[in-house]
Design a protein around this ligand. Structure first.
Ligand code: UD1
Length: 361
């Protein structure tokens, strides 16, 4: 079995690691890792490969940044000859980033089978670039690996045959389970005992000056009651500088390596974020999460976990934060199959499907 894994952006790396590890244990599996180069800063990419123990990419397409059309098209142009040369049985794509949708478009046209890890998530908000990527990817993929029941339900509603859908659980949680013991040994780096950990990078929150200003003002208000620790995405840092905004008293840090960030998350009093993956990680860790979005493609983190959507409503953020500070944060449970073994379940499916297709041929 010849598998090609395509990754490009930070949240892909935590997802590919468990699948690579699980397939390594199987017989006669050849694996190739291709990095599109969507994320290229060392602290957005290389350090994740090191900490997660992912082998250095066999190929780096080095596409870098650009508009959505340019970045997606550039990945397609550079990936096509690699797929043709390597002749994979299956190509695996992860999450909802531009590298994911570009790959599935290339492979569908070449008649190469694609497996989508983290399929079926929907925010029902097509102004999010990721939602467009998810819709297209799931229509074209051959194997859809879902993390939770809502994913299966969304795919069924979109007319995708049940025989293609495999509910395997959450691969991101596999990486968390494996590295949490190490993360818990990381030091506090001079941070106070209680703090709000903040991340923000969604275009809807950071690309408009007035919106970003409003969010920063809310965070400065939070900072009066609870120190705000804010590892800032490069995009957000650029926007703060570009709009000449004040993040003055907040502890703004560079993006952190996976293990260090996980350590901070596990000890946080509350997490305030617009990330998708962090909504899931806080649910697993039982840490209160206030999500600065009106919707989520991960509704299970709200229905079962610790997540509360506060949107950009300052009053709602205030109310929810007081709840947390009063020790009355929402309690949650860990969703089914978020158990550290999703990667193994994906490997089982791929082995089974390959044996079946070889029998037919
Ligand atoms: C991408 C994903 C998003 C994911 C996020 C995680 C898409 C559509 N979006 O958004 O779903 O949640 O990654 O981080 O694929 N930049 C750097 N160094 C880097 C990477 C980016 O400076 O290593 C800067 C560049 O100025 C770039 C901007 O950040 O233009 C945005 O990067 P890009 O990859 O286009 O999207 P993200 O916002 O990171």
């Amino acid at each position: 079995m010849n598998i090609l894994h395509i990754v490009g952006a930070r949240p892909n790396f935590m997802k590919v690691a468990p699948v690579l590890n699980a397939l390594k244990e199987r017989e006669k599996v050849e694996q190739t890792v291709i990095h599109t180069g969507q994320h290229y800063d060392a602290n957005m990419s290389d350090v994740f490969f090191q900490q997660l123990g992912i082998p250095a990419p066999d190929v780096n397409l080095a596409v870098g940044s650009g508009s959505h059309a340019k970045q997606t098209a550039e990945i397609m142009v550079r990936l096509e000859p690699v797929v043709l040369e390597r002749q994979p049985d299956t190509v695996l794509v992860y999450g909802d980033v531009n590298s994911t949708v570009a790959t599935v478009l290339v492979c569908a046209k070449l008649g190469v089978r694609v497996g989508h890890v983290e399929a079926g998530l929907r925010s029902f908000d097509r102004t999010m670039p990721e939602e467009v990527n998810r819709l297209v990817t799931d229509q074209l993929a051959d194997f859809l690996f879902t993390p939770s029941e809502d994913g299966d339900e969304n795919l069924r509603r979109e007319g995708i045959g049940a025989e293609k859908v495999f509910r395997v659980g959450n691969v991101m949680i596999d990486s968390l389970v494996r590295l949490l013991p190490l993360a818990q040994k990381t030091g506090s780096n001079g941070l106070p005992g209680r703090y709000a950990l903040v991340t923000l990078h969604r275009p809807a929150n950071v690309d408009d000056g007035a919106t970003l200003k409003g969010i920063l003002e809310s965070l400065l208000e939070v900072n009066r009651d609870l120190a705000v620790v804010f590892p800032a995405h490069p995009r957000t840092r650029q926007r703060i500088a570009e709009f000449g905004l004040n993040a003055g008293q907040l502890r703004v840090l560079d993006p952190l390596p996976y293990v260090d960030f996980l350590g901070l998350q596990s000890r946080a009093t509350v997490v305030i974020t617009d990330s998708g993956g962090i909504q899931e990680e806080t649910t697993y860790l039982g840490v209160p999460c206030l999500t600065v979005r009106e919707n989520t493609e991960r509704p299970i983190t709200v229905s079962m976990g610790t997540n509360v959507l506060v949107g950009r409503d300052r009053e709602k953020l205030r109310t929810e934060l007081s709840r947390v500070l009063a020790g009355k944060a929402k309690k949650g449970v860990v969703p089914p199959l978020w158990d550290g073994h999703a990667g193994e379940r994906i490997a089982d499916v791929l082995v089974r499907q390959t044996v079946a297709s070889q029998a037919i041929n």
